[in-house]
Write a protein of this length. Structure first.
Length: 251
């Protein structure tokens, strides 16, 4: 039996795993879900990682860290600081040492948006290494306000969820602050830990093409496919996702 530590993505909270955790526990594993301080504008990846590490105090090394979306930046940092058996990225961004998430995707957002947040283009050698990658994000999702319009949240996060699940989830969305996007990754060295990547084939936020590419290029693995899933499979396909995670945790 393994402990699966579930780390949520942007705008979400520990609540987003509520449909998944009983499915995982029914398959013989333990779970713990954390709430990250995403409303704090001074908190970045290092502070998020501290919260995860505190939640794991007292547990030994049979820990599988599961990071959704933004949490892909967090789980490698936790694994560099404490024993972890495996990292699982669910539609997750992946940190790159020495650069920020914006550095990786600087040519995708509206230049006016980048100017408004004070982003300055890095030196050429910082971003040329990403020039052969597919776009990380769905262009239609960039700049959308998920908190103010339930139709937008349904379109880019919950489009394949049951209507009652989407209605339950929308008011629980949180006011995400964005230091994690612009800060240089605090990760100093990639941890020597097995990695698994799960790509959501109908993701309308993070590009499935980028996910497959990055899994192979960055992690050296072939992604596991959830071909009909939106960006939030823990809400739309909890049983199917639990099957994958239970299998991963048992290997």
């Amino acid at each position: 039996m393994s402990l699966l530590c579930l780390v949520h993505g942007a705008y979400l909270g520990a609540w987003c795993w509520d449909l998944l955790t009983p499915e995982i526990e029914a398959r013989g594993h333990q779970t713990v879900a954390v709430d990250l301080p995403i409303e704090d504008p001074t908190a970045g990846v290092a502070q998020y990682a501290e919260v995860v590490s505190k939640a794991l105090q007292g547990f030994e090394d049979d820990v599988v860290l599961v990071g959704h979306s933004m949490a892909g930046l967090i789980i490698p940092l936790v694994a560099s600081q404490r024993p972890v058996r495996q990292l699982v990225f669910i539609a997750g961004v992946i940190p790159h040492i020495g650069v920020s998430l914006l550095d990786q995707s600087h040519d995708e957002p509206d230049p006016n948006l980048l100017k408004a947040i004070g982003y300055e283009l890095p030196e050429a050698d910082k971003f040329e290494q990403f020039s052969d990658e597919p776009n990380m994000f769905n262009p239609a999702a960039l700049g959308k306000n998920l908190l103010q319009d339930e139709a937008v949240a349904r379109e880019f996060l919950f489009h394949d969820c049951a209507s009652d699940v989407a209605s339950w989830a929308f008011p629980k969305l949180r006011n995400q602050q964005f230091l994690y996007i612009s800060e240089v990754s605090p990760l100093q060295a990639w941890p020597d830990v097995k990695c698994t990547y799960i790509v959501c084939g109908e993701d309308r936020s993070l590009s499935p093409a980028w996910c497959r590419y990055a899994a192979r290029k960055r992690l050296g693995v072939d992604a596991i496919e959830l071909p009909q899933s939106s960006h939030c499979p823990m809400l739309s396909h909890p049983a199917q996702l639990a099957d994958i995670l239970a299998k991963v945790a048992s290997t």
